[in-house]
Design a protein around this ligand. Sequence first.
Ligand code: HEC
Ligand code: HEC
Length: 233
Amino acid sequence: MSQKTAFRIFIIGTLASGVLFLALTWDTHRQVETLSHADKLSPQVIAGKRTFEKYNCNDCHTILGFGGYYAPDMTRVVQRVGEEGIRFRVKNPERAFADSWRKMPQQHVSDAEVENLIAFFTWVGNINNGDWPPQDSKKRMTRGEEIAVAAGGLSPGAAVFQNRGCMNCHSLHGKGGTFGPPLDTVGRRLDLERIEHYIRNPKSINPNAKMPPQKDLSEKELEEVTKFLAGLK
Ligand code: HEC
Ligand code: HEC
């Protein structure tokens, strides 16, 4: 290859990459409005962001990946624990995280401020960011491994219960969350079919249900965890 050809390849390659880079950058910026649904930025969402700053939630929590790495990322917290779940945790962190080694402080956030925070988290949770950052929840949800042992080894249903967030709100053998009722004897109260409906759509069984529908479970996971719970008598 002559020096001239090499130079030509260099120039054309650099220009082509440059053009591609600029086009992609322009295309991304063009979509920011839609992806971030900026039109839904209500005054309450903005007030929620201010509340988030006022209490320095960011010291411990990341949101969209920014902040402290001590506590779970807040980007998808509404999808994870539901609005009621957020109210309960922010108002009563001592109870919500009683059996956790990580602690969240009681900051006496007012009711109105909690509602603003929820509006803010809902807005952030609906940004289409390609599931980034990965949500810190698995690690926290594996607490209470004794349960698996107590349940006679890790049956597939017990594993779903442990790993898919049920223990954020429910306890078994005294381990787990306190927002929802202990489920040690749930099989006595509800039959298989009602348990299954409860998990997918709590309001279909209990119109006042505060439990968020567990939409992330696959059909198979739903079936297994239902079987597991129906057997707890
Ligand atoms: C000093 C650190 C700290 C501060 C400040 C803090 N948190 Fe937390 N927060 C935690 C920890 C630690 C956890 C997780 C506890 C656990 O489950 O182990 C947590 C959990 C949560 C959860 C549940 C998340 C989930 O995925 O289950 C919510 C919601 C929450 N915090 C909201 C807030 C809000 C809103 C603020 C500000 C008003 C705030 N936190 C301030 C430490 C903190
Ligand atoms: C954000 C908290 C939360 C999460 C997460 C959660 N639940 Fe619940 N659950 C509740 C609350 C609160 C109730 C009590 C009734 C109500 O308000 O819905 C409940 C009730 C139930 C009941 C009915 C109990 C009864 O005696 O009537 C079942 C069954 C149940 N949950 C199963 C599950 C399973 C399985 C998972 C995980 C896949 C799960 N829940 C995740 C909060 C939660």
